[in-house]
Every structure is written in C-alpha cells, then in structure tokens.
Ligand binder design. Structure first.
Ligand code: ZN
Length: 442
C-alpha cells in the first residue's frame, strides 16, 4: 500500500538521467536553495513524527485507527497542518514539502517490504529523523516552472529560478527542443559542497541491434590493477588496467594524505590538505567513471549477450572498512558496472546475463573442468589439477563466464565440482580478500 503511482514509460521511449553541476548566481539564491533543503527535511520529519505518534497511540490503545501511509493522505495531512506547524511555508516551493513526504513514503515502503521479505538485500530499518548534519541537501521538483534554457547554459527551477550549469546542456536540450525527450523531474542536490541538478527524462528511441547480435562476451571484475578482464567471442582476452592519470592521482593522494596527517586538526593547513584530498578523490572517481562508461558502451554496442558474475557488492563495501577513500572509489567502480551494463545492453538491443553465484568461475579450468578448491585471492596463476596446465586466473574466469549457460545444479555443488559462494571479508589493511568456503563433498 501507499506506493507512489508508477509512471508508465510510453512504448518506444526509454528513461534516462542527466546530471549537471550548477552554481547559484547570488547569495540570496544560495540561501533559497538551503531553505528548500531545510523545507524538505522539515516535511519529512513532520510526517515521520505524525506516523510515530499514531503508532504509539495504537500501542497504548488498540482501538485507535491506523494512519494511511500513502502519499496523497500524508500530503493532505500536511496541507491541513502546515499553517500551524510551518507558518513560513510560502517561502519555498510546495514541491520541497512534497519531496520530503514522498521520500518518507518510499522509506516506509522499503521498510515494510523488508519486514515481509519482499525486498532483496540488506534489511531496511524504520525511517529515522533527519538531522541537518547527516542529511545531504536534496529536493525534487516534479511540476512547476522547470526547464532547460535554450542558451544551453542555464536551468530553471520553480521558486529558486535560473541556475548556471557548469557544463553545456546541449545533449538534453537538443532532444527536448525536437520533442524527442520529456522531463519527468529535476532533483537539486548537494554533494561535497557542490550543487548538482539531476534531470530524469524519457527519450524517444528507435530499436537498435548490436553489431554482433549472436555472440557473447564474459567479464571478470577484480579489485587489483587489472580491474576488468574481458573474454571476447573470438577468444581474445582483453585486460583493462587503470588509466595512467588515475595512477598519478593515487601517487599524489598518498603525498597529500601524509601532509594531512602532520597538520593540526582544525588549523588552516589541515583544512587545505583535506580540501586537496577531496579534490583528488573526486578526480579519481571521475576518471574511473569515464573508463567504465567507455568500456560498457563499447561492449553493449558489439555483443548480443554479455555475461557478468554475481558479486555481493554490499559485502565487499563492508570489507573495505574504514578506508573511506577505497570505499568511494569502489562505489564508483565495480558496483557500477553491472547496472550500467544492464541499461546500456537493453538500449543497444542486447542482453545482460548475470551468472549464478554458485559458479566457481575462478577455480574451474575453462574447457577442461579441472577444479582447484583452495585458490587464494593473490594467486594470479594456478596449476590445473586435472590437466596440469598453467591457468591465468582472470582470463580463465572471464572465459568461464562467457560460456556459462545455466544455473548450477545443487548436485554439482555437492559433488564438489563447483564452490559455494565466495564472500569477501576484510583484513586490517582494508584490502578485500576472498574467503573460500568450499562445500565438502558428502
Ligand atoms: Zn585443466
């Protein structure tokens, strides 16, 4: 119950997103942006308190009727209460309040779905109140005067007005002007002290076909310098390493991190070093993102079928531990490849296949079936117990993924032919390691 009405994408159209970094033109406008962030948070917290009060009352007295959690009812309740609880509400767009309430409804639905086992992934807790320090500024507009300006340099949002975009908006503006795209929503958000507008739109798209619709490729994702290995249809193995500028940023980062550790916390030097570090991290993430997009576009346009492994990214993220840097890089990294490939493959007319988690792609010799149970993560080559050949770990895994045809049967697992899932656990230097939990043969 209470789900946001789902927008149905018209036939022949696809949903796409664009993100532009923007800047405000006056201090007054900057304040207005902050007010909108605050207004969204206020409405969110108000609605949460409203629901909690009802839950508490029901606990004390079961005859109290339950409160409806859907968006229309909560918005109605807000509209009745706003003059009293927020007499200043007119200073912000009504979309700011609607955005906060909609986010709470989503949170409640996720919690409820998680409670009833209808949601995959980590358990979702009951929504918590948002504090200014913890809540990244955000507000979504779905109606009102929002548009991209024809000069391709500005965006306009309701009440907030014209904002300058730091990059040219031509790619989207062109489609809008020709009637080949329609804006669904614009979300203004803050990240690392910068402001962004994310535009969600639907775009008309004619059906496409990849250049090799009947062939397959396999992708093995790693955490070393060789972060992706692709097994192509023609048996060539492509190894993708970090671009040179990325490596340079890492070296620079090490130097700055050392400088930061020598500065007194709270001093000007400390602040400067921290800002520098954040800038380097941002650059590393951007470089990584770019290489991911180049790779995924190339593969999606070529292959009819792309096979990736089923990695548990949440567990890997946890294994990264406190090293916030690695976490941010990996968030921009392996976890992004699969979702990006999924939509790019479907745009290009191909399909993405996620191999079964039970497939021991690294430990089974491709084409021979020899199986090495105790393979450690650091081991890049291994000797096949079946045929005695030397096996290149990543290339072999990519080939296995490429030729994967169906789910692994329990029988195979029990025979010891394949391994149980390989969860990632961390050690103290923050590097992820694969803990091998092969199942014993009966
Ligand atoms: Zn072999």
């Amino acid at each position: 119950m209470g789900a946001r009405p789902k927008y149905r994408i018209p036939q022949g159209w696809v949903a796409r997103g664009w993100r532009f970094e923007i800047e405000t033109s006056t201090p007054a406008q900057r304040r207005l942006v902050a007010q909108h962030f605050g207004a969204r948070r206020f409405a969110y917290n108000w609605a949460l308190a409203h629901i909690k009060a009802n839950l508490d009352a029901r606990e004390a007295d079961s005859s109290v009727p339950p409160l409806a959690w859907d968006l229309p009812s909560l918005r109605r309740a807000w509209n009745q209460a706003k003059d009293e609880v927020a007499p200043w509400w007119r200073c912000c767009s009504k979309e700011a309040y609607a955005s906060g309430i909609a986010d709470l409804v989503t949170g409640l639905n996720n919690w409820s779905a998680s409670q009833h086992g209808r949601r995959a992934g980590r358990r979702v807790g009951f929504p918590r109140f948002k504090a200014r320090q913890r809540d990244p500024g955000r507000v979504r507009f779905t109606t009102g005067a929002m548009r991209l300006e024809p000069d391709r340099r500005h965006l306009t949002l309701p009440v907030i007005g014209r904002l300058r975009s730091k990059e040219n908006t031509r790619r989207l503006e062109r489609l809008l002007a020709k009637g080949q795209a329609r804006v669904l929503s614009m979300t203004l958000g803050e990240q690392g002290g910068r402001l962004f507008v994310s535009v969600a739109a639907v775009v008309a798209q004619s059906p496409r076909r990849p250049s090799e619709p009947h062939t397959r490729c396999g992708i093995d994702l790693g955490i070393g310098s060789e972060w992706t290995v692709v097994a192509h249809a023609d048996d060539t193995i492509e190894r993708i390493i970090h671009p040179a500028p990325w490596t340079a940023v890492q070296l620079q980062r090490r130097r700055v991190a050392r400088r930061l550790s020598r500065r007194v916390v709270g001093s000007r030097g400390h602040r400067q070093a921290r800002a520098k570090l954040a800038a380097l991290d941002r650059r590393a993430a951007n470089l990584r993102r770019e290489s991911i997009h180049t790779l995924t576009t190339r593969l999606a346009r070529r292959y009819g079928t792309i096979v990736v492994e089923d990695l548990d990214i949440a567990a890997m993220g946890k294994a990264m531990g406190r090293r916030a840097f690695r976490r941010s890089v990996y968030r921009a990294g392996i976890g992004r490849i699969r979702p990006i490939l999924a939509y790019k493959a479907s745009w290009a007319g191909g399909q993405l296949v996620v191999a079964d988690r039970w497939l021991a792609s690294s430990k089974t010799h491709h084409g021979c079936g020899g199986y090495l149970a105790d393979l450690s993560l650091g081991q890049r080559m291994w000797v096949c117990p079946g045929c005695g050949g030397l096996v290149d770990r990543n290339a072999n895994a990519a080939l296995n993924l490429r030729d994967w045809t169906g789910p692994v049967a329990d029988r195979d697992v029990q025979r010891g032919g394949v391994a149980a899932p390989v969860p990632f656990v961390g050690n103290h230097d923050g590097q992820a390691r694969i803990a091998v939990r092969a199942r014993e043969a009966p």
